[in-house]
Design a protein around this ligand. Structure first.
Ligand SMILES: [Fe+2]
Ligand SMILES: [Fe+2]
Length: 236
């Protein structure tokens, strides 16, 4: 049972987390290629760049989340959050295969995708989240999940719809599985996190989750092509 003061502190903290999520959406919308996705006008090269970079971080999602969950369980802290992390790790399983399949339908083989250069944003994202998952505060990765799933519920489905409607990319109808699926699923995932995180009162965990949300908000928007033109195309 929470006291009224704890309830108010929890609401303030959730509001701060939500502000990070909304700031991420704004920062992504300010990226030229993300704006083009929203307008449906993005070219194949820009979309491939986005999918390839997404693959290079999303392939680690199951490992990041479940390792954090098992470590938290082992530490005997926040059992509900440990289960949530493990569950989220399972939910992410196979999403990298959706990306590979979308990319294949755009003419990019698995070998090409694997060999493509990772952007500094992807390295920062995976480095930071593996650190918190394996050696930092294990609940922190929930901050990353929260802001990315919020972005996904707000933008992924719309990006897919607009790009399909404009049809600026050949074969786009067969290359939006990752976006469409996340647009459909992540609304529920965000609602579930709000419910569970609303019960968290430990200031150390709140701070760690919020800090990772800020890292994701700073780093993630840079996975798009710089200035909207590629210096790292697949062919390079
Ligand atoms: Fe996913
Ligand atoms: Fe999700």
């Amino acid at each position: 049972m929470q006291t009224q003061t704890e309830q108010q502190a929890g609401d303030t903290w959730l509001a701060a987390l939500d502000a990070e999520a909304r700031a991420l959406v704004a920062a992504v919308d300010a990226q030229p290629d993300a704006r083009r996705m929203l307008e449906g006008t993005l070219d194949a090269e820009g979309y491939i760049h986005y999918l390839v970079q997404t693959y290079h971080y999303a392939r680690w999602s199951t490992a990041l989340l479940s390792e954090a969950g098992y470590r938290l369980r082992h530490l005997g802290r926040h059992p509900e959050l440990a289960e949530l992390l493990i569950q989220k790790g399972e939910e992410e399983r196979g999403h990298d295969e959706w990306l590979l399949s979308d990319l294949k339908n755009l003419g990019c083989s698995r070998e090409q995708v694997e060999a493509a250069a990772k952007s500094p944003a992807v390295d920062a994202y995976t480095g930071w989240n593996f650190f918190t998952s394996r050696a930092g505060v294990p609940t922190a990765v929930l901050g990353t999940s929260y802001v990315l799933e919020y972005l996904s519920q707000t933008r992924a489905g719309r990006w897919a719809e607009r790009m399909q409607a404009a049809s600026a990319i050949p074969n786009i109808h067969k290359a939006v599985t990752f976006l469409r699926s996340h647009g459909a699923l992540d609304g529920d995932h965000v609602a579930e996190m709000v419910k569970i995180l609303g019960r968290l009162t430990d200031p150390e965990d709140q701070e760690a989750i919020l800090f990772s949300a800020r890292v994701a908000r700073s780093v993630y928007p840079r996975i798009f092509r710089e200035g909207g033109a590629s210096s790292r195309s697949l062919a390079a």
